[in-house]
Design a protein around this ligand. Structure first.
Ligand code: PBG
Ligand code: ZN
Length: 348
């Protein structure tokens, strides 16, 4: 067809036609809300760097969850917040069936809420050093395999003990499933975590529970507000020894996703979201399983700050970001804006 007959604006002029030819439509089922829960009662503690988000005690969270479920929320991702007194070098409190996460899981199941319960599986919220698993023993005479070191000091920080951590993760997964988790999501970027968790769950007859791998997770400055929210900043060092380096090509992301799938991940995730749309597009195209994206705390904080200053239209900008995720191939979107998006979808 000669170029002079081609007018791209024809499909844009009529709003009905625009809706008709829209390729991506957001559904309530696309969204998962991360929530922070801490032990106690009647607690609703604001998270300053994430306006509109709170640390809740299980009783208050249950009320909120039933309200959000009535508004169409289908899934949540639970994070435990732990006071310093409960923390130790190996994160023992993560395995306590009476911790805030497990208590919430049981309460939600008992209340019969129709919500998919996903739990974050990690140790950084539970260790006194704030790393995602027990540390490698810094002393010279470390035994082969270096198991369960009880070290909290920063002297000679050598990183997280991968193989000790993945054994613990399998136990934590079982504790969560016993309390009612439908899906577990290991976020620590430990090698072979998925394999260890899958065999732990299967051994405990939780063959029906799914694993969502935080397969492609970069060491990112965009996690800043989360570390306030979850009281989990590393006390020394950083997470670059286990999380991915954003200077590398996205082939590394494909390998991470493929390995997790080979080890039994039912779903994979790319994290953060907007700064990594290129990675999301590649991974979601390549994998044969559903692919989630995590719009992280720093992304949320930027939208909030700019809109509170009156510099950006919050709803328009956030909805644009959600469509960008769909366009890049995300099947699921984990976002602190999930409840707002549901309201915006319902009202349009
Ligand atoms: C813990 C964890 C983090 C996030 C999710 N799980 C923090 C981190 O890795 O430092 C970040 C989520 C967010 O920023 O919203 N492993
Ligand atoms: Zn962690």
């Amino acid at each position: 067809m000669p170029y002079q007959h081609q007018r791209m604006r024809r499909l844009r002029q009529n709003p009905i036609l625009r809706d008709m030819v829209a390729d991506h439509v957001l559904r309530p089922e696309d969204f998962i809300l991360p929530v922070f829960v801490r032990s106690g009662e009647d607690i609703r503690h604001p998270i300053l760097s994430m306006p509109g988000h709170f640390q809740y005690s299980p009783d208050v969270l249950l009320e909120e969850l039933s309200e959000w479920a009535a508004m169409g929320l289908r899934g949540v991702l639970l994070f435990g917040v732990v006071d310093a007194a409960e923390k130790d070098a190996v994160g023992s409190h993560a395995h306590d069936p009476d911790n805030a996460v497990c208590t919430t899981l049981r309460m939600v199941k008992r209340a019969g809420l129709k919500l998919l319960l996903i739990t974050d599986l990690c140790y950084c919220e539970y260790t006194d050093h704030g790393h995602c698993g027990p540390l490698i023993r810094p002393t010279r005479g470390r035994r082969k395999g270096g198991r369960s070191p009880k070290v909290s000091a920063d002297a000679g920080f050598e990183g997280v003990d991968n193989d000790a951590t993945i054994e613990l993760l399998a136990q934590q997964a079982v504790v969560h499933c016993e309390a009612g988790a439908d899906v577990v999501a290991p976020s620590g970027m430990m090698d072979h975590a998925v394999r260890s968790i899958r065999s732990g769950l299967d051994g405990a007859e939780f063959t029906d529970r799914a694993i969502m791998g935080y397969s492609v997770k970069y060491a990112s400055a965009y996690y800043g507000p989360f570390r306030d929210a979850a009281q989990s900043p590393p006390q020394f060092g950083d997470r670059r020894g286990y999380q991915m380096d954003f200077r590398r090509v996205s082939d590394e992301a494909l390998r991470e996703a493929e390995l997790d799938i080979a080890e039994g991940a039912d779903m994979v995730m790319v994290k953060p979201g907007m700064p990594y749309l290129d990675v999301l597009a590649r991974v979601s195209t390549a994998v044969p399983v559903p692919c989630a994206v995590y719009q992280v705390s720093g992304e949320y904080a930027m939208f909030k700050a700019a809109s509170q200053a009156g510099w950006i239209d919050e709803k328009a900008a956030v909805m644009e970001s959600m469509h960008a995720f769909k366009r890049a191939g995300a099947n699921l979107i984990i976002s602190y804006y999930s409840v707002d998006v549901l309201n915006w979808i319902n009202r349009s």
